[in-house]
Ligand binder design. Structure first.
Ligand SMILES: Nc1ncnc2c1ncn2[C@@H]1O[C@H](COP(=O)(O)OP(=O)(O)OP(=O)(O)O)[C@@H](O)[C@H]1O
Length: 733
C-alpha cells in the first residue's frame, strides 16, 4: 500500500482510470447507436405496416414492435441523461478483482460488465464496506468526472491488514464532497453514500419504511436514492402503479427535482403537500394559515366538524325543513325530525352527492305512509301524485342539492354556524377557524376560484370530496331519475344494499400510487395523512422525518394518524446518525436550543468542523437594515455559494425589499435567498443569517422547534441577528 498526496501519483492514476472510462464511453456509443436504429426501425415498420394491418397476427406483431421501440427510446433517453459522470466509483476486492460502479450498467461486446449499476447487488460492497467490516474489499475509489473526463479521485483504504500495492490517493471522497459549496438545487450522493444510509436505501419494498434522524443526516437524499433503487428492483410494479414523492413546499420540490433524473429516473410524480389533491380538486395551494388556524384545521377533530357541516342542511330555516304535499285533499307532512332521520339514514348508506335518489325515494315512502288508510287511491296513482308533486320537487332542490366541497367548506366563514357546530374547539379556536375564511364573506363565488384556500384547506376539501362524492353530472342525474321512476313502492333493506353495491368503486376521483414517499413527515397533520392515505390504499410507504423539527404542535395526534396509516403493515425504522450538513460548531449551538425544549431529539454527530463559532449579534428595529447589510457583505466575502436569510413571516416582505433595493447587495443577488423558517424546511445554504430568533419562535406553530430548523440550515457559517429582544438565548444556558 502506498499512501500518496503527490501530484504525479494522482496524474498517473487519473490517466489509468481515464483509459477505462474511455472504453466505457466507446461501448456506450455502440449501445446508443443500436438503440437508435432499433427505435428507428420500430417506427419504420409501424408506419409501413399501417396500410396492411388488417390481419390479426399483424396487429399483435405491431404491438410487440411498439413495445420494443418504446424500450429502445427509453434506453436512449436514459443513456442521454446519464452521459455526464457515468462512472463514478471503483471497488478493489481481493485477488485483483476491480469493479467499476456507475449510474447505469454498461457491458462490452462480449457481455462482460464494464460498469455495474449502483443499485445492483454487486455494487453493495462499494457502499457497505468499512474499515471495521471490509466485506473483502481493499480500496474504495471515487472518480470525479466532468462530462467524460476524469478530473480527480479520492480513495478510502478499507482493509489495512492485507498486503497490497494499491496506491491510496487523497483524503476521502466524503470530506471532499462535503466541503464543496452547495448550489441552489440538491445533488445526488451516489458516489459517497455511507453504509448506514445504504441500508435504508436497499431496505425491502413492502410495508412502511421510516427514515429518521436529526437535521442534515441525509434523510431526504437517502429517501430519493431509495425511490430510484425501488424502481430499479421493482420496475414493472412501480412503473405501472406509480411512485409519488411528497414534500412540504414547491420551493422544496424545486430543490430536489433534479436528484431523481440524475439517477436515471423520470417516472416519478413530485408534489408539494398543497398540490396532492389537485387530482380531485383541480387546484392546489401554497398559502399558509396563521399558526392557530393551521393547527385547528390540521387536527383530527375536523373530521367530526366536516361531517356535521354536511349533515346540516344548507337552508335551516324552519319552513325549509318541512315538506308538505296534498293528495286527494289530504295534507301529507314530514317534520324536521322525520327529515333529519331520513338524512342520517341516507348518509349512513351512501355519499351525499350519490344519495339524492335514495333520499327522494325515502321521502316519498314516508309521505305515502302518512295517507289515512280509508282514502281510496291505487298504489300506482298515489306514487305518481307524490313523486310529481311540484312542492316536493322544490323541497328536494333546497333540501338535497348536489354540493361541491368548496361550497360546504365556505360555510365555515359564517361565525354563528361555526360556533354552533364546532363544539369540540374552544371559543377562541372557533373564532380563528371562522376568521380564516373571512375572505369568503359576502362573496360566495370566490369559493370556486380556488385563489384564497390555504394548504391546510386542501386536505379539508379533499376530505369533503370523500364525504360528498363527486358532484354528479346533470345528464347522469336525469338518467338516474328516470331509472328510479321504476322503483318499488316500499324500499326494502335489500334495495338499499343494492344501491350501495351498484356504486362503481372506480368513480373515486383520486389518483393512487404503488409507493408513496413522504418527506418532512413530522409536519404532515392528521388531516393531511388521511388525504395521503386515500392516494395509497394498497401502497408501500417511505416516511422521512424528525419530530424535533416539527411545526405541528400535537405530536400524539400525528403519531396516532400515522399508526392508523401503517395499521398491521410491516414497519422498519432506520435512524441516521451523522450530520453531513453543518459543521460541529454550528450544530452544537442548535443542539443546545433543542435539548432544552425537546429533550428526546435525535442529536446526530457532525462529521466536519470548521473552527469558526456562530456569531450572535443584535440590533434595535431602526438599526436592522444597516446591521443586516453589514452581516451579508461579510458573509459574501467569506463563504462561497448561497446565503440564506431566514426571517419571521412578519418581516419577510421588508427584508426582501431591503435586499433588492440595496445596490451593493444586488451585486451578489443570485446568491442571496430570503425565506421564512418554514419555507427553509429541508433546504440548506452555505452561509445563514437568522433574523430575530424571538419572533421566529413567537410566530411559528412549532415555536422553538422551528427556530431549531433555522439554526440547522448552514453548511459553513451561521450568524444570528436579534432585533430588540434576545430571549431565545436563555435556552443556551
Ligand atoms: N453520503 C453523503 N455524501 C455526500 N453528501 C451527503 C451524504 N449524505 C448527506 N449528504 C449531504 O448532506 C446534506 C443534508 O442532506 P439532507 O438534506 O438529505 O438531510 P436531511 O436529514 O433531510 O436534513 P433535514 O432534516 O434538515 O431536512 C445534503 O447536502 C446532502 O447532499
Amino acid at each position: 500500500m502506498v499512501l500518496s498526496n503527490s501530484r504525479a501519483d494522482l496524474n498517473r492514476e487519473i490517466a489509468l482510470e481515464q483509459a477505462h472510462v474511455d472504453r466505457v464511453y466507446d461501448n456506450l456509443n455502440v449501445a446508443t447507436a443500436s438503440a437508435k436504429s432499433l427505435a428507428e426501425s420500430g417506427r419504420e415498420i409501424y408506419v409501413s405496416d399501417r396500410t396492411s394491418w388488417t390481419r390479426e397476427e399483424d396487429s399483435t406483431a405491431l404491438f410487440e414492435r411498439d413495445a420494443f421501440a418504446y424500450q429502445a427510446a427509453r434506453r436512449l433517453a436514459i443513456l442521454d441523461a446519464e452521459h455526464e459522470g457515468l462512472v463514478f466509483g471503483r471497488i478493489d476486492l481481493a485477488d485483483d478483482d476491480a469493479r467499476y460502479i456507475g449510474r447505469i450498467g454498461v457491458r462490452d461486446r462480449d457481455y462482460e460488465p464494464l460498469v455495474i449499476d449502483w443499485r445492483a447487488p454487486a455494487a453493495e460492497p462499494f457502499y457497505r464496506a468499512t474499515p471495521t467490516a471490509p466485506m473483502g474489499a481493499i480500496r474504495r475509489r471515487v472518480l470525479r468526472c466532468r462530462d467524460d473526463k476524469v478530473i480527480g479521485l479520492e480513495d478510502d483504504l478499507l482493509d489495512s491488514t492485507r498486503a497490497t500495492n494499491l496506491p491510496i490517493i487523497g483524503e476521502g471522497a466524503l470530506m471532499a464532497s462535503l466541503t464543496r459549496a452547495r448550489g441552489r438545487t440538491m445533488r445526488d450522493i451516489v458516489a459517497t453514500i455511507q453504509a448506514e444510509q445504504d441500508e435504508a436505501i436497499r431496505a425491502p419494498y413492502q410495508g412502511v419504511t421510516i427514515i429518521a434522524g436529526g437535521p442534515g443526516t441525509g434523510k431526504t437524499v437517502v429517501a430519493l436514492h431509495r425511490a430510484a433503487y425501488l424502481l430499479y428492483t421493482n420496475r414493472a410494479r412501480l412503473e405501472r402503479g406509480g411512485v409519488l414523492v411528497v414534500g412540504p413546499t414547491n420551493v422544496f420540490m424545486n430543490y430536489i427535482e433534479r436528484v431523481l433524473p440524475s439517477l436515471g429516473e423520470e417516472s416519478v410524480t413530485l408534489k408539494a403537500i398543497g398540490s396532492v389533491a389537485s387530482d380531485t380538486l383541480g387546484m392546489s395551494s401554497e398559502r399558509m394559515d396563521n399558526a392557530e388556524a393551521a393547527t385547528v384545521k390540521g387536527s383530527l377533530a375536523m373530521v367530526k366538524l366536516l361531517g356535521a357541516l354536511v349533515r346540516t342542511p344548507l337552508n335551516d330555516h324552519p319552513e325549509a325543513l318541512r315538506v308538505r304535499v296534498t293528495v286527494k285533499g289530504e295534507v301529507l307532512t314530514l317534520d324536521a325530525d322525520a327529515l333529519a332521520r331520513i338524512r342520517d339514514q341516507v348518509l349512513s348508506q351512501t355519499k351525499l352527492n350519490r344519495g339524492h335518489d335514495l333520499a327522494f325515494n325515502l321521502v316519498v315512502s314516508a309521505l305515502k305512509a302518512k295517507l289515512p288508510e280509508d282514502v281510496e287511491i291505487s298504489p300506482v296513482e298515489l306514487d305518481e301524485q307524490v313523486r310529481e308533486h311540484p312542492s316536493l320537487t322544490r323541497f328536494m332542490a333546497s333540501w338535497w342539492p348536489a354540493l361541491s366541497a368548496t361550497r360546504v367548506l365556505a360555510r365555515l366563514s359564517d361565525p354563528r354556524l361555526t360556533h354552533r357546530l364546532a363544539t369540540q374547539f374552544t371559543p377562541q379556536q372557533r373564532e380563528s377557524l371562522s376568521g380564516s375564511y373571512a375572505w369568503l364573506r359576502g362573496s360566495e363565488s370566490d369559493a370556486d376560484t380556488g385563489r384564497g384556500w390555504s394548504i391546510a384547506d386542501i386536505a379539508l376539501l379533499d376530505e369533503l370530496v370523500h364525504i360528498l362524492g363527486p358532484v354528479p353530472d346533470e345528464k347522469d342525474r336525469e338518467l338516474d331519475l328516470f331509472a328510479e321512476g321504476e322503483v318499488a313502492e316500499v324500499l326494502t333493506t335489500a334495495d338499499l344494499l343494492r344501491l350501495e353495491r351498484s356504486k362503481d368503486p372506480a368513480e373515486d376521483p383520486q389518483s393512487t400510487y404503488a409507493h408513496i414517499l413522504v418527506d418532512e413527515g413530522q409536519d404532515v397533520t392528521p388531516m393531511q395523512w388521511r388525504m395521503l392515505r386515500r392516494r395509497g390504499p394498497q401502497s408501500s410507504w417511505t416516511i422521512v422525518g424528525d419530530p424535533a423539527q416539527s411545526s405541528y404542535p400535537f405530536q400524539d395526534q400525528t403519531t396516532s394518524a400515522l399508526d392508523e396509516l401503517i395499521g398491521r403493515a410491516k414497519r422498519r425504522t432506520f435512524t441516521l446518525s451523522t450530520n453531513y450538513r453543518s459543521p460541529s460548531e454550528v450544530f452544537d449551538l442548535a443542539a443546545r436550543v433543542i435539548t432544552k425544549v425537546y429533550p428526546d431529539a435525535e442529536l446526530p454527530r457532525a462529521v466536519r468542523s470548521t473552527g469558526i463559532e456562530p456569531l450572535l449579534t443584535g440590533t434595535d428595529s431602526a438599526g436592522l437594515p444597516g446591521a443586516l447589510r453589514k452581516i451579508l457583505l461579510d458573509l459574501a466575502g467569506t463563504v462561497n455559494g448561497t446565503i440564506g436569510i431566514i426571517t419571521p413571516p412578519s418581516r419577510l416582505r421588508d427584508i426582501q425589499l431591503l435586499v433588492l433595493g440595496d445596490e451593493r447587495l444586488r451585486e451578489f443577488e443570485d446568491r442571496l435567498i430570503v425565506v421564512t423558517a418554514l419555507q427553509a424546511k429541508g433546504l440548506e445554504y452555505d452561509g445563514v443569517v437568522v433574523v430575530s430568533p424571538d419572533e421566529i419562535v413567537a410566530e411559528a406553530p412549532g415555536g422553538a422547534r422551528v427556530l431549531y430548523v433555522a439554526l440547522t440550515r448552514a453548511t459553513q457559517r451561521l450568524v444570528t441577528l436579534d432585533v430588540e429582544t434576545s430571549q431565545w438565548r436563555g435556552l443556551l444556558d
